[in-house]
Design a protein around this ligand. Sequence first.
Ligand SMILES: *Cc1c(COP(=O)(O)O)cnc(C)c1O
Length: 384
Amino acid sequence: MSDHAFATRAIHAGQAPDPLTGAIIPPIYQASTHVQDGIGGFREGYEYNRAGNPTRSALETQLAALEGGASALSFASGLAAEDALLRGIVKPGDHVLLGNDVYGGTYRLLTKVLAPWGVETTTVELGDADEIRQALRPETKIVWLETPSNPLLKIVDIAATAEIAHAAGAVVVVDNTFASPALQRPLALGADLVVHSTTKYLGGHSDVLGGAVVFGDDRFYDQVKFQQFAVGAVSAPLDAWLTTRGIKTLAVRVRQHSENAQAIAEWAAARPEFETVFYPGLASHPGHEIAARQMSGFGGMLSLALAAGPDAARAFAESTELFQLAESLGGVESLIGYPPDMTHASVRGTALAVPENVVRLSVGIEDVADLIADLEQGLARVSV
Ligand SMILES: *Cc1c(COP(=O)(O)O)cnc(C)c1O
């Protein structure tokens, strides 16, 4: 599959028809165990399904092909994937360097779950090379970045950051959830590992939770796979299958998400009610040039700061209709959220806190004129 283009790989990698019946879609292997032909006589290597399941394998092959990786592992959620990755690589005494606006759940996992086990975390402004160099220690095992970031859509130069991190002997992990591999492939830019919440764009329909680790080479596979097997946060067969199905339309969906978000960003930039429009597709965005270089589109996420302040932001988030008020992102339907109280409540009062006048949009693939009309009526209702 590696000689085919992205959209082709998304549809065919790991998705060969069922050899027994010719069913064009590989079946959902809804089973917990596999019969052995004599003790240890495993068919295709499958035994107990915490260790492996054919539907999960099909998804893992597809995920590796999307990111241009050597292999992938599929988990029950994005955070389960992050947890297995971290515990597979870091040990007590090790240090992890994080961007200062990473996903709140990643920060919580490191500072609340792993910190008591002796893993130290520092957050830095990853756009500042000097700040990264100063924060790196001999114990720094991982430099973890997210670009575009959530919810302020900051852009980090993956190649430049990887160079600094590698010079200090650290492993580079990119959370590629926001861009998705349709727009950005961190392994080709120097990252060692990619993580995903497949709950978002990869699944794409807000109907399944999942996560993935994609490996650039063979160095870390065994230790992360061991964590997955020993702890057990695997994706269930139906969940893996739904994710596989979502991925097949990823390329067209993301194209439309990006087109709609660009139109909304341009509309919002011309409205005085918004003090700042955070969208990397706008030439005024500080990360625009880097994004244009390392991404093939700017994605479906954007945030808006309301000039009238926090109360107006809250009211606006509650005033739209097509943009439904909910956490999460990346589905075909548009969502609006108020990060300080919703997705980012866990980082309130920390260095990662989000400005209180910001709302976040996950722009869906509905008709964009309807979406803009909805935002307009929302503004009219809050009369900011
Ligand atoms: C949602 C999300 C996660 C966590 O994934 P879950 O599937 O909710 O566990 C991690 N990173 C980013 C950027 C996310 O948006």
